[in-house]
Write a protein that binds this ligand. Structure first.
Ligand code: MV4
Length: 432
């Protein structure tokens, strides 16, 4: 982000919580403003504090990053009302895609394939049962305000519906403040494939191809790559075409991602849209050679998209491994602490995006992502060999990390063959 700003001659202001006084992003910015206590509610999730910091620094625009308030349409709206530019989509697009039922309706109307299921919230168990009988068991109950896997329940038979309905409603209510649910046919062992899209204020929309993100644990992605291996060519072009049609239908601007499930036959179904730049965007940057953050800044300032569709080409293969401060031998228990030593590889085909350095403390208050290791090459084999080698050369001391686990993933027969799906981890495919 700051790199992109510098490239465009823009000055940068970081905001930081009490826990992040000495953080890397604070030193990387031209200026930094304290916004409150370590708990995110008191700082990074506090819209008022962030707007006050922006006014104090006389900022022109806010980049919301990728967690916290980045998909909060009320925040985007408040940024505009404060006379600032929000570097992302319009609040209306964020709001529409945040309602997962409305998103399903809008995408289906735009001709984007969705899974059979309900297009209204199901009012009660009886309503859910009617839809389930119609589309066939197993079904998935999902939270209307959900995303990221909270408030979901698989239901295999009618007698399980009442219990699952009550539990999913309770969880959704607790997490989102509304217990509304909808029903979808359940897809077994799907792949998660997403399409990067980009729109500008003149209505132009392009896609930057797909990312395969099936290697996840509890809805946290661990490994992503592009191009998606073993994706049938008709699915690949169909996904991209559908994603652009969907984004166009809502007048989407700036960077966004359309998430799909892909079944064993190559059939694909819209899942949800992420209305922000994602953690895994470097994969797409390395494949295409394009800078997505620079494009975000240009488009937010009213400029047209810097590239036409025909200029966007998958030139290379890229893989990203997310290194978290978690202990894979203890069920991925968070491992906060101080990074005592950090030696990271560098060289041809290696890119590292690190949020830490030697001496950094990793607090319990935030997501435990330490760094992203991205390798790229002319072929998947080359990118993969570089990843194995790069993981072997990473030295992180002072806390436990996911590196040993990632090493097993990328060296596994399943991954090497590109035979991935979302249930591989649970099946124990990468256990020691
Ligand atoms: C599904 C599904 C199977 N069938 N929907 C998980 C998170 C949320 N975004 C949607 N998710 C899923 N929805 C139907 N109808 C399987 C998952 C799913 C999953 C999806 C993407 C990546 C990893 C996953 C892990 C478990 C379940």
């Amino acid at each position: 982000m700051f790199r992109a700003c510098r490239q465009l001659g823009l000055k940068t202001v970081a905001v930081f919580s009490e826990a992040d006084r000495g953080a890397l992003h604070v030193r990387d910015a031209d200026e930094a403003v304290a916004i409150g206590g370590a708990p995110a509610r008191e700082s990074y999730l506090n819209a008022e504090r962030i707007l006050a910091a922006a006014r104090h620094a006389r900022a022109d625009a806010i980049h919301p990053g990728y967690g916290f308030l980045s998909e909060n349409w009320r925040f985007a709206d408040a940024v505009h009302r404060a006379g600032l530019e929000f570097i992302g989509p319009r609040p209306e697009a964020i709001r529409k895609m945040g309602d997962k039922i409305e998103a399903r309706r809008l995408m289906a109307a735009a001709g984007v394939p969705v899974l059979p299921g309900s297009f209204e919230p199901v009012a009660d168990v009886g309503g859910a049962e009617a839809v389930a009988r119609d589309v066939g068991f197993p079904v998935f109950l999902k939270a209307a305000a959900g995303g990221g896997g909270i408030g979901m329940a698989r239901v295999d038979k009618p007698t399980d519906l009442a219990g699952a309905f009550a539990m999913a409603t309770r969880r959704a209510q607790a997490a989102f403040g509304t217990g509304a649910l909808y029903v979808e046919r359940y897809l077994e062992r799907p792949r998660h494939v997403e399409i990067q899209v980009f729109g500008d204020s003149s209505g132009q929309i392009v896609h930057l191809y797909e990312r395969e993100c099936s290697i996840q644990r509890r809805h946290q992605k661990l490994v992503e790559e592009s191009p998606a291996p073993n994706l049938p060519p008709p699915s690949k072009t169909g996904l991209a075409t559908a994603a652009v049609a969907g984004a166009r239908a809502i007048g989407y601007t700036n960077a966004g991602t359309m998430e799909f499930l892909v079944d064993e036959g190559g059939g694909f179904y819209f899942l949800e849209m992420n209305t922000r730049l994602q953690v895994e965007h470097p994969v797409t940057e390395e494949v295409t050679g394009l800078d997505l953050v620079v494009a975000q800044l240009r488009v937010a300032s009213g400029e047209p998209l810097p590239w036409s569709q025909s200029e966007i080409v998958q030139r290379r293969v890229a893989i990203e491994c997310r290194v978290y401060a978690e202990d894979p031998s203890k069920g991925f228990l968070p491992s906060p602490g101080t990074v005592q030593r950090l030696d990271l590889p560098s060289g041809e085909g290696i890119r590292i995006e690190s949020g830490v350095e030697a001496g950094s403390t990793v607090s319990v208050h935030y997501d435990s992502l330490l760094l992203k290791l991205i390798t790229h090459g002319a072929t998947r084999q080359e990118a993969l060999e570089r990843m194995v080698d790069a993981l072997d050369r990473c030295v992180v001391e002072g806390l436990r990390t996911t590196i040993p686990f990632l090493r097993r993933v990328v060296a596994s027969d399943e991954f090497k063959a590109g035979r991935v799906h979302t249930q591989l981890l649970e099946q124990g495919a990468f256990n020691a």
